[in-house]
Design a protein around this ligand. Structure first.
Ligand SMILES: *Cc1c(COP(=O)(O)O)cnc(C)c1O
Length: 230
């Protein structure tokens, strides 16, 4: 099942790229493996999948320790400052930085471990009360502080779009994110690299790609439904 699902997602990515004349190689697929067993990850690894997304620090650390070969781990869920120390040298990319306070702790822990942490700034583009992420109007204030951190590299932006029946409803939000990314890029701020736009999940990754996503986070579409009760 995993093999067919993966093929289907890869085909959809290629199709969305073709529609807007983008090169599929510009789009990185992150397989969101949260709640799923290591055996699923091991199987996907044999099909060449190297990027895995987890939303919990503990689960990322457990899988990091137990996987048979090194792969890249993306922290995509909300990160509490007291947990930064556990993942700062394990996550290849932290997608969910939404405050200077959190960035400061990442800087501190990354310095201790002598690494540079790659991060994305999470933007709550639909201003949903239930979601984490900054208001886009604060982005420049935040970047202005983070740009001087020596152990952090800002690689781009991330958003979690609203849960909607029809993915077209999120198109405007994706477009706004892309525009924001381009605006920031045009300012050429030191130490701020806007090469990654992480947006699009199982329900809406094709629309996200059409609007400029360079990284999509797909869980259900690859692994099937999650069961939180086990
Ligand atoms: C769970 C999760 C995903 C994947 O969701 P699916 O709808 O299963 O594809 C993507 N991004 C984040 C931040 C998530 O928490």
């Amino acid at each position: 099942m995993l093999k067919e699902n993966l093929k289907n997602v890869q085909d959809n990515i290629a199709e969305a790229c073709m529609k807007v004349k983008r090169n599929p190689e510009e789009v990185t697929l992150v397989a969101v493996s949260k709640t799923k067993p290591l055996s699923d990850i091991e199987e996907l690894m044999t099909y060449g999948v190297t990027e895995y997304g987890e939303n919990k620090v503990q689960e990322l650390c457990d899988k990091f320790e137990n996987v048979s070969k090194p792969v890249h781990w993306h922290l995509i869920g909300h990160l509490q400052t007291n947990k930064v120390k556990y993942i700062v040298d394990k996550a290849c990319l932290i997608h969910s930085v939404d405050s200077v306070h959190l960035a400061r702790e990442i800087e501190k822990q990354a310095e201790k471990k002598n690494v540079v942490a790659n991060i994305l700034i999470q933007v709550n583009i639909a201003h949903e009360e239930t979601k984490f992420g900054i208001d886009e109007k604060n982005i420049y204030d935040i970047l202005d502080e983070i740009k001087s951190f020596k152990h952090i590299k800002v690689k781009g932006l991330m958003t979690i779009a609203p849960f909607v029946e029809n993915p077209e409803e999120n198109r405007d939000y994706f477009r706004k994110m892309h525009q924001l990314l381009l605006d920031i890029k045009s300012k050429n701020i030191d130490n701020i690299d806007m090469s990654i736009l992480s947006m699009g999940m199982t329900n809406d990754y094709m629309v996200a790609i059409e609007e400029g996503a360079t990284m999509v986070r797909v869980g259900t579409g690859i692994f099937g439904e999650r069961n939180y009760n086990i």
